[in-house]
Design a protein around this ligand. Structure first.
Ligand SMILES: Cc1cc2nc3c(=O)[nH]c(=O)nc-3n(C[C@H](O)[C@H](O)[C@H](O)COP(=O)(O)O)c2cc1C
Length: 373
């Protein structure tokens, strides 16, 4: 799989996840086989102001290849932020036209720019011109602002704008901005998109939405034809998803269904903490690791009790005590099915059958866990 002029050796990556996907989470993911990561969306203005606002753009030597994702409202500010990210050593510059958060009504940014396609294309063009041939540029999009037909048209204006400006590819989250993270991701939309843009030379299409387990990565590729899959909520507290995906690539499907043991979970928790403490200092790391502990607890056979203990941990000492108490003896972790997050929903996926009047069906093909979804 090629992104501009460089190659990644597996068709998936760790998505931007604001509040989670910092350097520590990315390094843990890479140790489990993730070939490529994107930062969370960084506001152009904060990056340019420097100081604390630039901290999310500080890079670790082992954290490559990596895309720096920027978000903003004005073409020239976005262009300057893109230039800065090149100087800071990012391998790819990614433009966020997907974030559903609406903070400043008059200043549209993220996914809300899909309602102003000319402005969105102006931003894409300014970023591309600032970066030039120094780095590939990519864009993250939602499938539309909402389900209005004008929204659908605007999406294609923006995507074609990216292609015309020489972007290397786009990752499309197949929910609307209005949907935020609710309801199924529309994989049927991704499939139609791939059919429509397949012939575009040097431009890849990636997909996002409803990747909860390693088998979903290959389910999305199989059912939509995208070349790259974004792993998002499915990897929070679950770096094993990358290992399992690599196992599937080797044809080792049994390994892909084998959950992490309690000792494997403990090792990753401690490793994540050590990296976070090195990067953020112990105090900030202890705050972050509370929420990661809560997310990791779903793999533990006593998941609810462990979750409650992590929720109640108010210091690094408490956090260590949870690990020492609940991860002291080895044993089987929860099965992949039992460890599914509560918000896991199946994607909407077309099942092509002759005479079938309803082209969209719940995706079932590559999943063995429909009973819990
Ligand atoms: C907490 C959270 C933070 C996110 N932050 C970002 C972000 O900064 N940049 C981005 O491109 N997408 C972001 N996303 C969207 C995800 O990358 C992904 O597109 C979305 O969660 C759909 O995939 P999923 O259904 O497999 O989780 C975020 C999602 C969540 C849940």
């Amino acid at each position: 799989m090629k992104i501009g002029n460089f190659q990644i050796d597996a068709p998936f990556f760790q998505a931007g996840l604001a509040g989670y996907s910092d350097t520590a989470m990315r390094l843990v993911a890479r140790r489990h086989g993730c070939p490529y990561c994107i930062t969370e969306a960084m506001l152009d203005i904060l990056l340019l102001n420097g100081g604390k606002g630039r901290r999310p753009a500080e890079l670790d030597d082992d954290d490559h290849p990596i895309a720096g994702q920027i978000m903003g409202a004005e073409p020239q500010t976005m262009a300057r932020a893109a230039d800065l990210l090149v100087d800071l050593g990012f391998d790819v510059i990614d433009v966020n036209l997907a974030c559903p958060v609406k903070k400043i009504r008059k200043k549209l940014r993220g996914g809300h720019l899909l309602g102003e396609p000319e402005q969105a294309v102006a931003i894409l063009r300014a970023v591309r011109e600032a970066v030039g041939e120094r780095r590939p540029c990519t864009v993250k999009l939602r499938r539309a602002l909402d389900d209005d037909s004008r929204s659908a048209e605007a999406f294609h204006t923006v995507l074609q704008g990216a292609i015309d400006c020489g972007y290397a590819g786009a990752v499309v989250h197949a929910r609307t901005v209005e949907q935020k993270y609710q309801g199924p991701s529309n994989w049927g939309f991704l499939r139609e998109l791939v059919e429509q843009y397949r012939a575009t030379p040097g431009f890849f299409l990636g997909g996002s939405g409803d990747i909860w387990g390693a088998s979903d990565i290959f389910g999305m590729i199989e059912h939509t034809g995208v070349q790259l899959v974004s792993v998002a909520r499915g990897c929070i507290g679950n770096p094993w998803i990358f290992e399992q995906a690599r196992a599937i690539m080797r044809g080792d499907h049994a390994a892909a269904d084998r959950p992490p043991t309690i000792f494997q979970q403990r090792d990753v928790l401690l490793n994540h903490l050590a990296i976070a403490a090195r990067i953020h200092g112990e105090f900030a790391a202890s705050i972050m690791m509370r929420k990661f502990g809560i997310r990791f607890s779903r793999h533990h056979p006593d998941s609810e009790q462990v979750r409650q203990r992590f929720i109640r941990s108010g210091s690094l000492r408490d956090w260590h005590q949870v690990v020492e108490t609940w991860y002291a003896r080895d044993g089987q972790g929860n099965s992949i099915d039992q460890a599914m997050p509560e918000e896991a929903t199946p994607a909407l996926c077309p099942v092509v059958q002759e005479g079938d009047p309803t082209p969209l069906r719940r995706f079932e093909a590559s999943s063995s866990r429909n009973s819990v979804r």
